[in-house]
Design a protein. Structure first.
Length: 155
């Protein structure tokens, strides 16, 4: 899903609608897209990239789609270890971050965009660990304590 954000045109500097979105391709690859159509100078620019978008676009996507959480349901110790290994590989985590993830299980181990959480949950599930993506509900109070958060990645 692409949402419009008002930003300066990279060519003329006038404010223009810039479309930004993130999605999970059918083959399991995480992709983000940017689309600029400037009415002032006529610039048309479309781009796609893999992985996490720059921080400002990622934060905008979260504001538009909500904050999503990756929740690992209760699982045996070997399942937690498999989930930790998958997260380490996918996110290039260091040992300290993996330890924080293991300590957070069962529970919320990641928060971010819906596409990111779906991407991670798909891979963790493929390793035989039960997980789910869940939209953070504003009525529940502040964001939950998690293993890792939105501030460390996608910058």
């Amino acid at each position: 899903m692409m949402s419009a954000i008002l930003e300066p045109c990279p060519h003329c500097g006038n404010l223009t609608d810039t479309g930004v979105g993130q999605y999970l391709r059918a083959d399991g690859v995480l992709v983000w897209s940017l689309s600029i159509h400037c009415a002032s100078c006529g610039l048309v620019q479309e781009s796609d990239d893999l992985g996490f978008p720059p921080k400002r676009y990622r934060e905008y996507i979260i504001r538009q789609e909500g904050l999503w959480m990756l929740v690992v349901v209760p699982t045996e110790k070997s399942g937690r270890a498999r989930a930790g290994l998958i997260m380490k590989q996918m996110l290039s985590l260091d040992t300290r971050d993996v330890a924080r993830l293991l300590k957070a299980m069962p529970g919320v181990i990641w928060q971010g965009t819906k596409s990111e959480v779906d991407w991670l949950c798909r891979r963790v599930s493929q390793a035989g660990v039960d997980c789910e993506s869940r939209l953070w509900n504003l009525t529940e109070g502040g964001p939950p304590e998690i293993g890792l958060g939105t501030s460390r990645f996608g910058e």
